[in-house]
Write a protein that binds this ligand. Structure first.
Ligand code: GDP
Length: 366
């Protein structure tokens, strides 16, 4: 499955957030309770109101959301790239995730020590990023020597990989994370970059952890983070981990009242999970029947047979075609039969690129 790693300096609220994620109603929705895969990894349901709408129209008995995983990655301190703290373990854990959720402390509390002795989320972000960049720089400088040699003797693989390595190295030497080259990158270069498995090439989302009183409004710290994130083209989610920890334990009705009292219209975790999903470049398609309405996850750009393969490998192997109805057609026309009558149920073949919200029915050979 797809994984977001939660990182940040000590005492910024990572564990509080992770624990809230493991208890949230979204995590326990339908047939998929939060399940701990490893001690610090858990799956959560991705909240998606379209699923309720589809289930209602399709008269489905059950709703099955799609899921993503979060990993609580503890142990980052200044010097991690040189093995300080849990440095090596920490870096190894980041290597295994697909995207990074970077938690920043935007709350003041004299009782909770800040490792750097002051609240400064932008500087904290730089501290963490520096460790990751140092680690990437070291590993890339080490590996590139071989590739330069091989490329100069016209080695084919080296000739394709080297330009991507050089571009990444130039960014790092300029004090910038490798993800800055993701924007507009060619598909084949992206594959090469991913194969290098660098820490700073993963997409990042910033989470501002604020005091309860600032949850609805943000504060001067969150503004600083937003300014930094905007420059990077990254998203920011403002959340109060303390509120989320509280809400996650309450029954639905009470949770709603509590959120209203805090001027929030939904749990921050729902926003966080959706932002994480988007960060992973994932989209959702649906299947609908009397038994269940179900959401499935594919990477953006996937074609119909690959999407079918998410349900079962046989569906991909024997793929013939897919009856496809856009979500908006399904909902405005009122279901499969009226959509067919209106000519909105398309027969799509092997080359069809799945669109977010598609309602699909696969035909395949067994
Ligand atoms: P981690 O080291 O990043 O995993 O941080 P923890 O989640 O363990 O939190 C460190 C301390 O900060 C704990 O005592 C939390 O209760 C506290 N904490 C976390 N979030 C908030 C918050 O939003 N406001 C306040 N006042 N304290 C918080």
């Amino acid at each position: 499955g797809f994984k977001c790693g939660i990182v940040g300096l000590p005492n910024v609220g990572k564990s509080t957030l992770f624990n809230a994620l493991t208890k949230t109603a979204a995590a326990q929705a339908a047939n998929y309770p939060f399940c701990t895969i490893e001690p610090n990894t858990g799956e959560v349901a991705v909240p998606d109101s379209r699923l309720q709408a589809i289930a209602k129209i399709g008269k489905s008995a059950n709703i099955v959301p799609t899921r993503i995983s979060f990993v609580d990655i503890a142990g980052l301190v200044r010097g991690a790239s040189k093995g300080e703290g849990l440095g090596n373990q920490f870096l190894a854990n980041i290597r295994e995730v697909d995207a990074v959720v970077h938690v920043l402390r935007c709350f003041e509390d004299d009782d909770i020590t800040h490792v750097e002795g002051r609240i400064d989320p932008v500087s904290d972000a730089e501290t963490v990023e520096t460790e990751l960049m140092l680690s990437d720089l070291e590993s890339l400088e080490r590996r590139i020597v071989q590739f330069r040699k091989r490329a100069s003797s016209k080695d084919k693989e080296a000739l394709t990989v080297l330009p991507v390595m050089e571009q990444a190295l130039a960014l790092l030497q300029d004090g910038k994370p490798v993800r800055f080259m993701l924007n507009g990158i060619a598909a084949e270069d992206l594959l090469i970059l991913q194969s290098l498995n660098l820490l700073t090439s993963k997409p990042v989302l910033y989470v501002c952890n604020v005091a309860e009183s600032d949850a609805a409004t943000g504060n001067e710290y969150t503004e600083e983070v937003e300014e930094m994130a905007t420059k990077q083209g990254a998203e920011t989610v403002t959340i109060s981990a303390a509120i989320e920890a509280e809400v996650a334990q309450l029954p639905d009705e009470e949770a709603k009242e509590y959120l209203e009292a805090m001027n929030l219209d939904e749990p921050g975790l729902d926003r966080l999970i959706r932002a994480g999903y988007k960060l992973l470049h994932l989209i959702t398609y649906f299947t609908v029947g009397p038994k269940e309405a179900r959401a499935w996850t594919v990477e953006r750009g996937s074609k119909a047979p690959q999407a079918a393969g998410v349900i079962h490998t046989d569906f991909e192997r024997g793929f013939i075609r897919a009856q496809t109805i856009a979500y908006s057609d399904y909902v405005t026309l009122g279901g499969e039969v009226p959509a067919k009558e209106a000519g909105k149920a398309r027969d799509e073949g092997k080359e069809y690129v799945v669109q977010d919200g598609d309602i699909m029915l696969f035909r395949f050979n067994t």
